[in-house]
Design a protein around this ligand. Structure first.
Ligand SMILES: Cc1cc2nc3c(=O)[nH]c(=O)nc-3n(C[C@H](O)[C@H](O)[C@H](O)COP(=O)(O)OP(=O)(O)OC[C@H]3O[C@@H](n4cnc5c(N)ncnc54)[C@H](O)[C@@H]3O)c2cc1C
Length: 88
């Protein structure tokens, strides 16, 4: 996390998804619970309708437009910018 978040500290900051009992509790800064989006036939069908929400001045972007990964967020952001007139 030091490099990713450009933390100005010599202390190593690490994120882990591994079992918490293998980490010294005195070193834990925060614990968070995340849930991965659930993809169902209905949600995938609804996803195809997301572009119909666009207007000339409003557009939506996010990893939820795809499979929930970084690339999906990036791709939908680029598409949103193009829709609003950005050119590469
Ligand atoms: C622990 C973890 C590890 C991951 N590892 C990977 C990986 O290795 N590779 C990969 O491809 N993906 C990974 N992901 C998934 C990836 O991080 C997400 O898919 C991506 O960050 C989603 O980007 P986003 O911009 O769509 O949403 P987010 O990054 O969630 O951004 C949404 C933003 O909207 C803000 N917001 C929410 N509600 C409001 C509101 N009402 N008003 C104003 N702002 C609001 C939030 O504060 C947030 O800043 C990981 C996710 C987690 C949690």
């Amino acid at each position: 996390m030091n490099r990713l978040q450009r933390l100005r500290t010599g202390e190593p900051h690490v994120v882990t998804l591994n079992p918490g009992d293998r980490v010294d509790p005195s070193t834990v800064l925060a614990r968070m619970t995340y849930e991965h989006p659930v993809y169902t036939p209905e949600s995938v069908a609804a996803q195809r309708l997301l572009p119909t929400l666009r207007t000339p001045v409003t557009v939506y972007a996010g990893a939820y437009h795809g499979w929930g990964f970084h690339e999906d967020g990036c791709r939908s952001g680029v598409e949103a910018a193009r829709h609003l007139g950005a050119r590469t």
